[in-house]
Design a protein. Structure first.
Length: 493
């Protein structure tokens, strides 16, 4: 499939940086006699034209792995205390019995079911991430496609199409913004994720390009999500993909019923980029560059541990110290991690909350806590985040030995779909060990295989009511082309 962007001004498309004067762009547009497509038009046509037969087999196969990964996480967290609060609210909202609320045995309207399911997908912070702009993708794409897919009783091919459309649209918009959204306190997973939800839901609803364009335009008024809750260590971030998924479905349904949206919602004078990045320069060509021929889906990273993705490389390093040098907790005099700025901000700040996490959520974003757990146990898993563990003085007495330092040389590397880290350990008897991880397991250059993912999936569901249907679900996802999505939904009851 070829990118539909045939008339976007080459003078803009070929520049590596966005023209600082937005007004200059508008004057160029008014002066031109040529009909030009907006970025949003290009995306709407991409969504409409995307066909299963156009997607390379390796992209389809990787998408199936991400689907299984996301379902396994939702199946592991359906009875989380905070998730159950969301489920109770969704039960009250109700609506037509269209879509399953995973693990709770009832169906509600698709736009409501997705609130619960997307919260599950991000609740454990075990879901995948595109590491360049740092956006969680599947926690929006999979719950949205599952909810609307059940309501529309679609087949597996359409399900895959919708998820890939969501990946490509949300990642590319996030690419244009770069990490500036994070730096301004926004959460790209929700702020950008709403457009990904529109991509998935409008694809399944069979909207034509003009209605998809309207849906994307409407979604711009629904984009939201700030990180203050994360800073305060409260369970709110898992609701961000839920809000994005819900809003994206609403935007598609509104467009389907004739509501109009702005046609230049991304690059317009009061559009998404100018509103969220005012004073900064989006790289607009990243939205449409090689659209339909280069697949960002292949660059999504799967997490090997249920933690903030910026902490994955430090955990790898801590385990490496344990396994390679037989380091134990009593050997540590000083343990120093060197990180890119964005990573340090996410998993090392504020420092007083990182050396003594106040709750299981904060522990997932604490390099000191996670590194000590990794050296103590040789692994970090879902069951490490209990109140008992985060209050364990045998662990906490060592967290003050950990330091996090910003390494500016990693800032450039960290914008290339990796979040690297380096460690320096000084032992109590004077030994010094140094190691570095650029590409962690699960990252684009070390992707999860089916063997890796099935191991993670079975571990996630081992102590849940879903353990008995694990093999059946794995087989169904691997051969999803042969199944209707209601068949998948029925297994998740």
């Amino acid at each position: 499939m070829v990118c539909p962007l045939t008339a976007w001004p080459p003078t803009i498309l070929n520049r590596s940086r966005y023209i600082r004067s937005y007004d200059h762009i508008y004057m160029m547009r008014r002066a031109s006699k040529l009909e030009r497509k907006s970025l949003t038009q290009a995306l709407s046509e991409f969504i409409y034209n995307l066909r299963y037969s156009d997607i390379p087999p390796n992209v389809i196969e990787k998408t199936k792995i991400h689907i299984l990964d996301t379902l396994g996480i939702m199946m592991a967290t359906y009875d989380d205390d905070n998730v159950k609060k969301v489920v109770n609210m969704v039960r009250t909202l109700g609506g037509s019995e269209e879509s399953i609320v995973i693990g709770h045995g009832f169906r509600v309207a698709a736009a409501n079911a997705v609130i619960a399911n997307a919260s599950m997908a991000h609740s454990a912070d075990y879901d995948d991430t595109h590491l360049e702009p740092i956006i969680h993708t599947s926690c929006v794409a999979v719950p949205t496609a599952l909810a609307i897919g059940e309501a529309m009783d679609i087949d597996g091919k359409k399900f895959v199409e919708a998820i890939i459309a969501s990946y490509e649209v949300s990642i590319r918009i996030a690419h244009a913004a770069g990490r500036k959204l994070h730096e301004r306190g926004f959460h790209p997973t929700s702020v950008v994720g709403v457009f990904g939800s529109v991509a998935a839901s409008s694809k399944i609803l069979n909207l034509d390009p003009s209605k998809i364009l309207n849906a994307l335009g409407i979604a711009g008024s629904m984009a939201s999500g700030i990180m203050q809750g994360h800073k305060e260590g409260i369970w709110l971030k898992p609701l961000h993909p839920a809000i994005a998924s819900h809003s994206g479905i609403l935007a598609s349904l509104l467009a389907m019923n004739g509501v109009e949206g702005p046609k230049m919602v991304l690059e317009g004078e009061w559009g998404f980029f100018r509103s969220y990045l005012y004073g900064e320069e989006p790289v607009l060509n990243r939205v449409v560059e090689d659209l339909g021929s280069r697949w960002e889906t292949l660059n999504i990273a799967i997490k090997p541990y249920p933690v903030g993705h910026a902490a994955v490389a430090p955990i790898d390093l801590a385990i490496m110290l344990r396994e390679k040098y037989s380091v134990g907790l009593s050997d540590i005099k000083e343990l120093v991690f060197y990180l890119p700025k964005t990573a340090k901000d996410l998993v090392c700040e504020p420092w007083e909350k990182r050396i003594r996490p106040r709750n299981p959520y904060e522990a997932k974003f604490s390099v000191p806590f996670l590194a000590i757990i990794a050296i103590k146990k040789g692994w970090v898993g879902l069951r490490d985040f209990t109140w008992e563990n985060i209050r364990d003085e045998a662990v906490l007495k060592h967290t003050s030995k950990v330091k996090c330092i910003h390494d500016p040389s990693y800032d450039r590397v960290a914008r290339e779909a990796v979040i690297p880290a380096r460690v320096k350990l000084l032992t109590t008897d004077g030994r010094i060990y140094e190691e570095e991880v650029i590409n962690h397991r699960g990252s684009p250059k070390k992707p999860f295989t089916w063997v890796d993912e099935e191991k993670k999936f079975y571990e996630n569901i081992a102590n849940t009511k879903f353990a008995r249907i694990g093999r059946e679900l794995v087989d169904a996802i691997r051969s999803i082309e042969r199944h209707g999505i209601r068949y998948i939904g029925n297994m998740l009851y």
